[in-house]
Design a protein around this ligand. Structure first.
Ligand code: BMA
Length: 376
């Protein structure tokens, strides 16, 4: 466990009060969304970074659905500060999401993660409404019709958004209040592997899609969602702003970026991370919003010192609020992004965990204790 120093505790108090003032709210007026934003601001002000992992407690390398188990916890004794989950298939009223994790299970895990002081985030790999195919089915481009009033696909969009919004509204604490979560819709849109990607809609159509999403949630009274914009590959940093929906619709400037090709790919990963985070930081600078490495990782962790020699130097250079790595599939031994006991990067990950800058669930609960209305 890592301890907060007295100085950090004072800093936290100062930051929390200035953040509340910045958002124009007293602690008790703050919506769940504003509370989570205050927490992220506080983490950044303390020069810390929250560690996140997708589907962390649902399954891991070679196991699934073992109560409260987590590969991350098996290695360092604590849960990630952030758990990511995916909403894919909620649009079809399915009881399970696209990787078969039941939505009721996710709801429970969100509650547990919130109760232990951690935070939750959501991505949404939704299906292609024009073809019935998955997010990767780019054989038809529905976005233009989806944002055009009076079309059948526009009706579908509203129906699907309704279901996603209802899910967020169902995330409640024991006292009935909404649990704040991070939401990262329409992600990796500067690539062309999803049907909402760059080759399949204009910047205007993309922005319309985002705004309809945002406005629909607002109309339904969703007050517990922090909005993250998360493009993937960029040709130049300036391209980050091209499809950006607008400051009033986005709370956090994220980037999704993966490390490929092991040792040989380190320089390339660094170059792409820099290009993308520079793009995010430039937009953030205009609005004072936090930046994040919203999805990243090195599949199979083929660089055994990845956490300390590749990721940490990036986190030292950029004030990202959180970094989230992708899932450890239970049924595909090479598809994992966090270590498990005995995995080659275990020692590097333990060092990463021991670094006072990294924030896991226990650390986050301590940070919250000093923020009015955020304590657990
Ligand atoms: C991809 C892979 C797939 C998975 C999808 C959605 O990156 O992990 O196996 O189905 O994400 O979670």
């Amino acid at each position: 466990m890592k301890r907060l120093t007295f100085i950090t505790a004072i800093l936290t108090l100062l930051t929390a009060s200035s953040c509340s003032a910045q958002h124009g709210q007293t602690a008790h007026d703050a919506t769940p969304r504003q509370q989570l934003l205050t927490l992220l601001d506080t983490v950044v002000a303390q020069h810390k970074v929250i560690f996140g992992h997708h589907d962390d407690t649902a399954y891991g390398h070679t196991w699934k659905y073992e109560a409260d188990r987590s590969d991350v916890k098996d290695v360092v004794g604590d849960y990630p500060g952030l758990m990511n989950w995916d909403l894919g298939l909620i649009e079809h009223n399915s009881p399970v999401q696209l990787d078969s994790v039941p939505f009721d299970f996710i709801r429970d895990e969100v509650r547990k993660q919130d109760a232990r002081g951690g935070i939750n985030a959501f991505s949404w790999h939704l299906r292609n409404p024009a073809t019935g195919g998955d997010s990767w089915d780019t054989s038809a481009s529905p976005v233009e019709m989806m944002v055009t009033a009076g079309t059948a696909l526009n009706d579908t969009l509203y129906a699907w958004l309704d279901r996603a919004a209802d899910f967020f509204l169902s995330l409640k604490r024991a006292d009935g209040s909404h649990i704040p979560v991070i939401f990262r819709p329409w992600h990796e849109n500067t690539g062309s592997w999803f049907w909402w990607g760059k080759d399949y809609c204009t910047p205007e159509q993309y922005r319309a899609l985002w705004r309809i999403t945002y406005d629909t949630f607002a109309r339904k009274g969703v007050d517990n969602v922090v909005w993250v914009y998360s493009p993937d590959k960029l040709t130049t940093s300036g391209e980050y702003a091209e499809r950006f929906p607008g400051s009033q619709y986005v709370d956090v400037l994220g980037v999704d970026v993966y490390h490929f090709n092991g040792d040989e790919g380190i320089d390339d990963y660094r170059t792409r991370v820099k290009r993308q985070l520079d793009g995010a930081a430039a937009v953030a600078a205009k609005s004072g919003k936090p930046i994040a490495l919203s999805e990243t990782g090195c599949e199979s962790l083929v660089v055994p010192t990845w956490w300390t020699s590749v990721l940490m130097p990036i986190l030292e250079q950029y004030p990202v609020a959180y970094v989230c790595v992708w899932r450890n599939a239970w049924n595909n031994p090479k598809h994992f992004y966090a270590p498990y006991p005995g995995q080659a990067s275990e020692e590097s990950f333990k060092e990463f965990y021991a670094n006072p800058r990294t924030v896991f669930a226990h650390d986050l609960s301590k940070i919250r204790q000093n923020i009015p209305n955020n304590e657990k």
